[in-house]
Design a protein around this ligand. Structure first.
Ligand code: ATP
Length: 228
């Protein structure tokens, strides 16, 4: 049986007292690539925030990378996040240090101490995103596409079972955005990492067809059957 990485049952998603999405049911399995689409303001970010423990789940059930989202506390949220990677459109590298040191900063923040192991891990994730030789570059020496690759490398540091990506191609030209898409799809397929990517970019979706989950009028619709 497929291993489920996200399993949401009868969930109601709130921003404060406002019900944003009702009766959400969604299962995403190991290695699946899923688009999250929907007009602006329909709740994509709210759904993603619930999945990474930033918005509390008040009603319904959700299990994400083995964690029960309903019973998360500020103490257990970091453990959840260590099993997932989050990629954003407007991610900024620390400008005063090179790529290697940016990634080392993240590893140290989550408790890594051994220099050799850190260097190995950094070389491994940079290799995975095609930037093996770029570790000594400063952020201002990197193109937008390379910076987005570094952000994906950062997300891979935890060897995550799940990557949540919010508009990762938003600021990129079509060619670079294709490269990022190929990378994310390759990560899902070859490393078994489930990827959920929120996007408005229908050109990308047409070019790289995959399962689509849509937020609309307070509900989540799964369009998987339309595409396959
Ligand atoms: N911090 C907040 N407090 C209260 N309401 C919020 C908050 N953030 C978002 N909302 C509301 O929740 C609804 C859903 O917003 P959300 O950001 O999840 O939509 P979205 O589909 O991700 O939009 P976009 O595509 O523009 O990012 C909107 O009506 C928004 O105004």
């Amino acid at each position: 049986m497929a291993e489920s990485i996200i399993d949401i049952r009868n969930a109601n998603i709130y921003q404060g007292d406002n019900l944003i999405l009702q009766d959400v049911n969604l299962t995403v399995n190991k290695g699946e690539f899923v688009y999250l689409v929907g007009k602006t303001g329909t709740g994509k970010s709210s759904l993603l925030k619930t999945l990474y423990g930033e918005l509390p789940l008040k009603e319904g059930q959700a299990t994400v990378v083995g964690y029960d989202i309903k019973t998360l506390t500020w103490k257990t949220v970091p453990y959840l996040r260590r099993n997932m990677g989050v990629v954003f459109q407007d991610f900024q590298l620390l400008t005063d240090r090179n790529v290697n040191d940016n990634l080392k900063f993240v590893l140290k923040a989550i408790g890594w101490k051994d220099e050799k192991l850190m260097n190995e891990k950094i070389a491994d994730v940079l290799d995975k995103v095609g930037l093996r030789s770029k570790g000594f570059k400063m952020p201002y020496e990197m193109s937008g596409g390379e910076q987005q690759r570094v952000d994906i490398a950062r997300a891979l540091l935890n060897s995550p079972k799940l990557i949540l990506a919010d508009e990762p191609t938003g600021n990129l030209d079509p060619e670079t955005s294709d490269e990022i898409m190929n990378l994310l799809i390759h990560i899902a397929k070859d490393y078994g990492t489930a990827v959920v990517m929120a996007t408005h970019d229908y050109i990308v979706i047409q070019k790289f067809p995959a399962r689509m989950v849509k937020t609309e009028s307070g509900r989540v619709y799964d369009n998987a059957t339309i595409l396959h």
